[in-house]
Design a protein around this ligand. Structure first.
Ligand SMILES: Cc1cc2nc3c(=O)[nH]c(=O)nc-3n(C[C@H](O)[C@H](O)[C@H](O)COP(=O)(O)O)c2cc1C
Ligand SMILES: O=C(O)C(=O)c1ccccc1
Length: 380
């Protein structure tokens, strides 16, 4: 999308009402007020001592932009090309499961909010509405499907096929969640959203999954999901099989080591998402931003690199692009918009993020994201 700088008036119209939250911290605060403490805690928290959760934010502050001047930024083109398709913005909405925790309309409200700005939406395996219902709510808006591998792999292949049929355009295989991280907030609260039943839609709508159950009661369904969603034997051989099983581009989400990026390319993977799952899986790992340069070096532009974990504002997005990402995923920020004001909240969070990104690009001297000029970052 090419947009023209119209100054203050445009900014004010996007930010809209003065009472509405503006920063991520304000959205988080308003979401907290609306939600049950253990449900909010599940979304906010990270694993273990939350070292990685903190590091994800600190990593962005340690880099400073050294902007370029006099580049004519009267028009800023934020579009990118991924897998032969043009996207208006260099970001997508991260797959976040169990969105009914934030709002009754859950993923449906989020995908409609995303569609307002043509921002692609990644549907989670443990979404609160079925991948078919989310596709229908998306209309012509692009969507990708995130796959948690199942121990009974027939279920995974069935979900892949359903995603293809429902018009999903890429498959994101999450590789950092072969078992659940050590989540102390949830442990303390004795809380498991999967047991609460808010992430079962794709399973109960799956004929292969339902067929596999001997006990089809609610309790049997939850038990069946728990037996399938964690998949510790997952391995590179399966990745090659998944690649063969679909015509869609396949991305791996959760890569932090450059050697794994090399293995992914050897397996024919089409894209990599550098991520530590928003600090929710293994605590103590590197921030994804700090992992990015070494991965960008080995990937060397051969396949797209996407980054998530800790993106909160437009300046974060631009720093990730300068360090070698083609795009980023936005996680918790849109969920706090959803919890605060449903679809309208998602629209507002995204509108502000898009506008801050545009201002950041312009003031950095970047008129076209697809042709990044040489902008430096220095460590502070
Ligand atoms: C409540 C919650 C649920 C999530 N569910 C999933 C999921 O189902 N699948 C997945 O691959 N990642 C999941 N993630 C991780 C996100 O896709 C993303 O990696 C992370 O939120 C990015 O970090 P950020 O929240 O700091 O932006 C979840 C994250 C949160 C906060
Ligand atoms: O809560 C999460 O971060 C998440 O991704 C997840 C992992 C396993 C089961 C359900 C959700």
């Amino acid at each position: 999308m090419s947009s023209t700088v119209k100054g203050d008036a445009l900014l004010k119209s996007i930010v809209s009402q003065n009472e509405s939250p503006l920063t991520h911290e304000e959205w988080e605060e308003s979401a907290k007020k609306k939600m049950k403490p253990h449900e909010f805690g599940h979304i906010r928290s990270g694993a273990g001592a939350e070292e990685t959760l903190r590091r994800n934010r600190e990593a962005f502050s340690k880099w400073a932009i050294v902007p370029r001047m006099l580049n004519d930024v009267s028009s800023v083109d934020t579009s990118i090309n991924l897998f032969g398709r043009k996207y208006d913005h260099p970001f997508l909405l991260a797959p976040i499961g169990m969105q009914k925790l934030a709002d009754e309309e859950g993923d449906l409200a989020s995908v409609r909010g995303a569609a307002k700005w043509n921002v692609p939406f990644i549907t989670s395996t443990v979404s609160s509405y079925s991948l078919e219902d989310i596709a229908e709510a998306a209309g012509s808006n692009p969507r990708w499907f995130q796959l948690y591998w199942s121990n009974n792999e027939k279920i995974s292949y069935s979900m892949l096929q359903r995603a293809e049929q429902a018009g999903y355009e890429a498959i994101v295989v999450t590789v950092d969640t072969v078992m659940l991280g050590w989540r102390e907030e949830d442990l303390r609260n004795g809380y498991s959203p999967l047991r609460a039943g808010v992430g079962k839609a794709n399973y109960v709508n799956d004929p292969v999954f339902m067929e596999s159950l001997t006990d089809k009661s609610d309790a049997g369904v939850i038990q069946g999901i728990l037996e399938n969603v964690y998949h510790p034997s997952f391995n590179w051989k399966k990745i090659e099989e998944i690649k063969k099983a679909t015509k869609l581009p396949v991305l791996l989400k959760g890569i932090l080591h450059p050697e794994d990026a090399i293995l992914a390319m050897e397996a024919g993977i089409d894209g990599i998402i550098v991520s530590n799952h928003g600090g929710r899986q293994l605590d103590g790992v590197t921030s994804s931003l700090d992992a990015l340069p070494a991965i960008a070096e080995v990937v060397n532009g051969k396949i797209p690199l996407i980054l998530d974990s800790g993106i909160r504002r437009g300046t974060d997005l631009v720093k990730a692009l300068i360090l070698g990402a083609s795009a980023v995923l936005l996680g918790r920020p849109y969920i706090y918009g959803l919890a605060t004001a449903g679809q309208a909240g998602v629209e507002q969070v995204l509108g502000n993020f898009i506008e801050e990104t545009r201002v950041t690009l312009a003031l950095s001297g970047i008129a076209k994201v697809a042709e990044m000029p040489s902008i430096k970052l220095i460590r502070q």
